[in-house]
Design a protein around this ligand. Structure first.
Ligand code: T1G
Length: 675
């Protein structure tokens, strides 16, 4: 036995070494010390002929302990433990269930054999933390699975199922589900006297420069702006070129560069921020949740259909209601088409499509929502319309049903007041396309009950959304910060910048698209007053000429039939016309000014959101922008980025352009602190 989260038990001449370090058996200092002690115990006992290394709880080691990063290293370090294990003169059998990830898989690679249950997954997701497998993974993995598979696993970070790992020889034996230890013991008994003991580092891996080059080219767009993927590729390439020991040195050097870079700090920040967002300050984590067995969705348009798919895909029955039969049939048809498109790409089986569609009940009557546990309206973004529907729902919905609005900026308290049950009302703001975008803003009304909020946050996890609690204000968190960005972007057009320049600055920053590209995608006509004779802005002028964006083949850009954009001469004329009529002098606008007026203003708005309590924490604001708008994860979100950019520099930039600086931001700048 040992004092550490590692216990040992002798079973005949096999030593069972068990890690019990919930929740994911992270390889923290205590575990590493316990492993070292277990190896010493096995070395000292001639009666032990093999070791089975297994984990209790939900998973095999899921990696190094990320909370230790950035702190002084504590011996024994993982690479040393793995090297000791690999050079051991008695075979070590890793018994894998759950997810053997990162340092966990690297530990299994240091073992001599690997036994896994079919449901297990094996991967090296360090790249998603802006890192690379720093305990020999980039050198051992290619020696087992080859260059191509190692490139995929290290540079993209997605795990592979045990069945595929078994095909590749990464797993030596697949055990029956639920019989892992017995299978590992039987395997150990079989190999305990087999010599030589197989050691991965003694294998070699053939060079495959063509595959490496092809992989780099094929993923250039996906990896744009990131440092870690290239470092992972370089390490895999080193494994084909250098002796193992030198390869380890190379890997170590690349790992340390990433570990102390801002990108990994940003990506680790988001890893924890995403998990923190699901926690609601002031509500006990064990509050009783309302059961959600049946969901009602009102509106079968783009949003209603996308929202519906989230629940169907999670195995939750949905009744979808429309006013007109053709709209209902169209909406249901789009849902089926989307599922069939996924099946065509091999992401779903036809059975899964039919199962999902089998959970869908189309209806033309709100009365059919009477037995729903949650009803979400996704209808026209107009307060009067929403209040009318909620008034009807109040009479139809069963007691205890949660009534949610998908409004993207309207006042949820006002909507709740149109019912006799405001404590059952909440905002659930999905982002379009709702079946794809991970972010869900959960808008907490003044009277929203704690259990309603907790139920929706838990349900979000079930439908694979990243949920963030927002307060009731115009635009909540994301769209509220989008507003100053859009206002300034349009002002910059009047002062001499072009849509292409402003969008380029944002794309170079790492955004998937700039403000005007986004406007063309979403629809320039969103929020337009629809009166072509009323032209008070550049946007009005575009809409009056039917330039509603990609859907019309023209918006801020011109589009060909494949929706490829080109700068528009007509738009330049419209802007010029507006500028000359408003006697606005045209001037050169620097890229830096665009950053200051569109990104610094977002940070300022984020600080005001925090001051007003409209977001629980700065990291929640970051999560909103990463998962709702594609903010580059290697910059950690707007508030984290403010720390990298420097709050004093941001305040100076805001003041230079005459913006009122939020007190919280000013205070951070005073102390030269981030958020
Ligand atoms: N270290 C510390 N804490 C971790 C952790 C880790 N590796 N993984 C998860 N947690 C915490 C998490 O913050 C949460 O805490 C709780 O565990 C449950 O997590 C040297 C350098 C394993 C698939 O990147 O992918 O090895 O919120 O909510 O949904 O080369 O956790 O409860 O307080 O995500 O069941 C590489 C990261 C590390 C794996 C389980 N490994 N983890 O998912 O639970 S770097 C990873 C995950 C490394 C070496 C390198 C998932 C999971 P709290 P959860 P889950």
């Amino acid at each position: 036995m040992s004092d550490f989260p590692i216990s040992t038990e002798k079973r005949g001449d096999i030593l069972i070494v068990t890690s019990n370090n919930p929740p994911v058996n992270a390889l923290g200092a205590g575990v590493r010390t316990g492993l070292e002690a277990a190896l010493n115990e096995a070395a000292a006992d001639d009666g032990i002929k093999a070791i089975v290394l297994i984990c209790a709880g939900q998973t095999f080691f899921a990696g190094a302990d990320i909370t230790e990063f950035g702190k002084p290293p504590v011996e024994p370090m993982l690479p040393a433990i793995i090297a000791r294990m690999e050079s051991f003169d008695k075979p070590v059998i890793a018994a894998i269930h759950g997810t053997a990830l990162g340092g966990g898989l690297e530990t299994a690679l240091g073992a001599h054999y690997r036994v896994a249950v079919p449901s297990a997954k094996l991967g090296v997701p360090e790249v998603k933390l802006g890192l690379l497998p720093g305990a020999g993974g980039t050198q051992r993995l290619p020696r087992v699975v080859g260059v191509k598979a190692a490139l995929e696993m290290t540079a993209k970070g997605d795990p592979v199922p045990a069945s595929k790992a078994h095909q590749w020889g990464l797993v030596d034996h697949l055990a029956e589900e639920g019989a892992l230890l017995d299978a590992a013991l039987a395997f150990a008994d079989k190999v305990k006297d087999v010599r030589p003991i197989p050691r991965v580092s003694e294998k070699s891996v053939a060079a495959d420069d063509a595959a490496i080059e092809a992989f780099r080219k094929e993923n250039a767009r996906k990896f744009r702006g990131f440092d870690a993927p290239a470092a992972n590729i370089a390490c895999v390439e080193a494994a084909t070129r250098l002796p193992f020991a030198e390869g380890l040195e190379f890997e170590r050097g690349e790992f340390m560069k990433l570990m102390f870079g801002s990108q990994s700090a940003a990506q680790r920040h988001i890893f924890f921020a995403e998990r923190k967002a699901s926690k609601i300050d002031g509500i006990a984590s064990d509050v009783a949740l309302r059961p959600i067995a049946k969901v009602g969705v009102i509106g079968a348009g783009t949003m209603g259909g996308g929202i519906t798919m989230n629940f169907l895909s999670a195995g939750i029955a949905v009744t979808i209601v429309e006013q007109a039969e053709d709209a209902l049939n169209r909406g249901v048809g789009v849902i089926r088409k989307n599922y069939e498109a996924s099946a065509a790409k091999g992401r779903l089986t036809t059975e899964q499509v039919e199962t999902a569609m089998g959970l869908l009940t189309p209806s033309l009557s709100l009365d059919d929502l009477a037995d729903c546990d949650l009803i979400i309206e996704a209808i026209f973004e107009n307060m009067d319309v929403k209040k009318e529907v909620f008034g009807k729902l109040d009479a139809i919905a069963k007691p205890g049903a949660i009534l949610a609005s998908n409004t993207s900026y309207l006042n949820v308290d006002e909507i709740a007041a149109s019912t006799s049950r405001p404590n059952d009302v909440v905002g659930m703001h999905f982002f379009s396309p709702a079946n794809v975008m991970k972010l869900l803003e959960v808008v907490r009304g003044a009277k929203t009950a704690d259990d309603v909020l907790a139920t929706v946050m838990a349900l979000a996890k079930k439908i694979k959304k990243v949920a963030v609690v927002a307060g009731v204000c115009h635009g909540f968190i994301g769209n509220r910060m989008l507003m100053p960005r859009q206002v300034e972007a349009n002002k910059l057009l009047m002062e001499g910048a072009t849509p292409e320049q402003i969008d380029r600055v944002h794309v170079e920053f790492g955004m998937p698209m700039g403000p005007f590209q986004m406007s063309d995608l979403a629809g320039v006509d969103i929020g337009w007053h629809r009166d072509p004779s009323r032209i008070e802005s550049i946007r009005d002028a575009l809409c009056a000429e039917d330039r509603w964006g990609q859907k019309k083949g023209a918006g801020f850009y011109d589009y060909d039939e494949k929706r490829n954009p080109t700068p528009s001469v007509r738009v330049a004329e419209i802007i010029e016309d507006f500028r000359s009529r408003s006697n606005m002098p045209k001037r050169e606008i620097s890229d830096q000014e665009i950053i200051e007026r569109t990104l610094y203003t977002m940070v300022n708005e984020g600080a005001m959101i925090l001051e007003e309590g409209m977001a629980q924490r700065a990291s929640d604001v970051d999560v909103v922008w990463i998962y709702g708008y594609g903010w580059p994860i290697y910059r950690g979100g707007p508030m984290f980025w403010a720390g990298l950019e420097g709050t004093p520099k941001i305040v100076e930039g805001l003041k230079k352009h005459g913006f009122a600086v939020s007190p919280l931001l000013a205070e951070k700048a005073e102390k030269n602190e981030g958020f």
